[in-house]
Design a protein around this ligand. Sequence first.
Ligand SMILES: [Zn+2]
Length: 383
Amino acid sequence: MTKRKRRVFVSTAFIFALQVTYVSASELATQDPYIEGFKAYAEEVKSYSNDLNHSLLSYVDEVKKAEKQVGYIGKALPIPKATKVTDGVYTVVGSMIWHNPSNFGLNNNLSFIIFEDGVFVFNAGANAALAYSLHQQIKALTDKPVKWVAVENNQGHAYLGASYWVDVGVKNLYSSQAANDQFDAGFERTKREWSERVGKNITLSARNVSDQFTTFEDKMVIEVGGGQGELSLLKRGYSGVEKVYLYDFGPGHTPASTSLYIPSRKVFFTGDLGFNERMPVFFKYTNVKAWIESYEAMMSTIPEDTIMVPGHGTPTNMATLKKQTYDYLVYLYQNIEKIVEADGSLEDALSLDQSMYQDRPVFRQAAENNARHVYNEISGGGF
Ligand SMILES: [Zn+2]
């Protein structure tokens, strides 16, 4: 594509984005600039050709049907290839920096597990285009349909792509009850923020499908196929029906979250309980003390020899993830608690030595902010 054409395309998308701010959310869900354009064209030619008018309108119907089937029509985005974690378990490791147009909002991990009865996707992705691109990678590895989707929390990169999965026929969507409520309540704001950071044209087609989710409070078990004596499972060392355990270990990085445990594959998806490589980042809704406790609850539930797929960063083992997440949270919390107890100031907290973590991505953006956050959390100041 030439530069000139590209500029025209971007400005058209921008004009569309400006227009859609004046329509309601439900209208927005059905509006598609491509379809709308052909509808307008059909109207235009009506006065001099009924035939052309009809053929254009039937074309619009066909496109609508096709879009409903595939959820998104467009190119697969150039995202990283899924890496194999263990037998039938894959994850696309997202960018370790902030969400922006160059990473399409892929700055968390999108994972999938191939089971006997179908594919389980963990995290819907930040938009339909990302979900579609992940789906293409799944299709290249298996003919089995995607049957289940769970999301790690109420954040845009976990949830906004969910309408894509609904559009391609996924009926079983899961989230912790509280996270689903938070996503529902904050949907318009979340969509606006992500469209501003990542791109309006890629984000605005997301619809609020929180009413399609099955929710749970502490734990939920889902049977995902296989059976007693199933040969392909026995060959891989499993017996019986495989099960996926969903847990909400409590607040932390976000007020509620979903983690996913598959004992038959010895793999655990932490969601944003766990950060590897990348610095843990605290937002205004983060509760560090609760995060430490939730992490402890997770460690007392999940066996030590389990492979850990974090919310951010590459898959690793329990000991490394503990060092990268839990030990950092405890270091920060305990030291800043001492500062507060000794009547130290915010400046004392900000100058706490975090240099041992300086090689981690987003260290500069996160370190001071994290210290300030913990100081305010302990001293009762505003975030
Ligand atoms: Zn996240």
